[in-house]
Design a protein around this ligand. Structure first.
Ligand code: C2O
Ligand code: CU
Length: 432
């Protein structure tokens, strides 16, 4: 199939819905069952869970440093809660049942209200039995707009996800079978990228906001038809834009790119069997007005500067298939403990800088996510690297992170391969 046929056959199906609202309005998300055409046209539809009638849910666009209120209305037959992934918000708005809030019961509603401090690309998702509710579709993009947007012709979100779908269109509902939990997790047999705009012109300069909303799949991405720079990871502007090459996104990770369009822009997943097409943006017509100018950095986020770390903790990932024994009572563990314990993994004074060594003593990669904060990945040379809220640690390797724990509350720290989280790879920290 050539590029044009591919676009004609799949891309029109994969447009992200966008929420239209005026500033200051209350946003609404209704969690409900939806039927979506996930498989290509002509194939069966799929019963899913979504927000406002769609999977993914609507893209929410909010302003930096302005209070937003989102009313979540639970139209499901089970409880739920919504987490605003990557937003450094007040603890009680973090959306984690048992740790920061009560469940939103069926038929009930809850208003989340927070002031997003950082512009950038974020997302929201269910945080209740999330290995199942997210796998069924409960997620969407959350964009915090820049005070001064970069000079681009289009701002396009590309949200990647995958599903395990049977021929009759139904989702395979063994979301927590032991085998997948102990390996690389519940993994789709069908993956796709949803784009918020399906057409641009050759010569346009475009901002691309890539989001991995899959529950367990790591996406090694190849982007063709455009060249440019990576300008942010996990919402945080890079101090210096980095030349665009292939990008790997672990579950929950994001990357922002600014690119110049040369041809149809295609997003492929790199697999052992070759490229798997996820999404595309058609290029029709030519923009002759745009002058090629250097791509400049986005405004730097206003995060506290790290001091000399006053604590150095180690978090060792354990368990899973082909892993060693551990002391936890679930499949996976951190430091010999599975699941949430009464005592936190770490306790920090508000504003304290700490170093944490993340040791992956298992046979699988893990994407470790800290709530309520961003942290620096420490490079092999010991220098502070990228700011992230989720870091990918390959099997039998370790990575140090440095974090200023400046946000008071109880914050989850877990693997964002959601099958691993439900399999025990979850803990929490306390900032007082
Ligand atoms: Cu994306 Cu604990 O979350
Ligand atoms: Cu994991």
């Amino acid at each position: 199939m050539n590029r044009r046929d591919f676009l004609a056959s799949t891309c029109a199906l994969a447009l992200l819905p966008r929420s239209g609202f005026a500033a200051g309005d209350m946003l609404h998300l209704r969690a409900e069952t939806v039927v979506e055409q996930v498989l290509p046209d002509g194939a069966s539809t799929t019963a899913m869970l979504g927000f406002n009638g769609s999977v993914p849910g609507p893209e929410l666009r909010v302003r930096r440093a302005e209070r937003v209120a989102v009313e979540v209305d639970n139209g499901l037959q089970e409880g739920t809660a919504v987490h605003w992934h990557g937003i450094r918000l007040e603890n009680m708005m973090d959306g984690v049942p048992m740790l920061t809030q009560e469940l939103i019961q069926p038929g009930a509603r809850m208003t989340y209200s927070f002031v997003p401090p950082d512009a950038g690309t974020y997302w929201y998702h269910s945080h209740y039995i999330s290995h199942e509710q997210v796998a069924r579709g409960m997620m969407g993009a959350l964009i915090v707009e820049d005070d001064v947007p970069p000079d681009v012709d289009h701002d396009i979100t590309v949200l990647f996800a995958d599903w395990r779908i049977q021929d009759d269109g139904s989702l395979v509902d063994e979301f927590a079978d032991m085998h997948s939990v102990a390996h690389d997790g519940y993994m789709g047999n069908f993956a796709r990228g949803f784009v918020s705009k399906s057409q641009v012109r050759v010569g346009d300069r475009v901002r691309l906001r890539l989001i991995n909303a899959a529950t367990n799949r790591i996406f090694p991405l190849q982007i063709s038809g455009a060249s440019g720079s990576i300008v942010a990871f996990d919402g945080m502007a890079l101090p210096v834009p980095r030349a665009l090459s292939d990008i790997t996104l672990a579950p929950a990770q994001r990357a922002d790119l600014i690119v110049d369009v040369q041809d149809v822009v295609v997003f492929d997943m790199i697999t052992r069997d070759g490229l798997y097409r996820l999404a595309g943006v058609a290029a029709e017509g030519v923009n002759t007005d745009r002058q090629p100018t250097p791509i400049v950095a986005l405004a730097a986020p206003d995060l506290p500067k790290p001091d000399m770390p006053t604590q150095h903790l180690t978090l060792t990932m354990m368990g899973g298939a082909m892993g060693g024994r551990h002391g936890g009572d679930n499949i996976w563990a951190f430091n010999n403990l599975s699941d949430l314990q009464p005592e936190p993994f770490g306790t920090f004074q508000r504003g304290e800088t700490a170093r944490v060594t993340l040791v992956n003593d298992t046979s699988f990669p893990h994407g470790i996510h800290l709530h309520g904060h961003h942290f620096y990945e420490v490079g092999a040379d010991g220098a502070l690297g990228d700011l992230r809220d989720t870091t990918l640690v390959e099997p039998r390797t370790s990575r140090d992170i440095i974090c200023v724990f400046d946000n008071p509350g109880k914050w989850l720290l877990h693997c964002h391969m959601l099958s691993h989280a439900t399999g025990g790879m979850r803990t929490w920290v306390s900032v007082t």
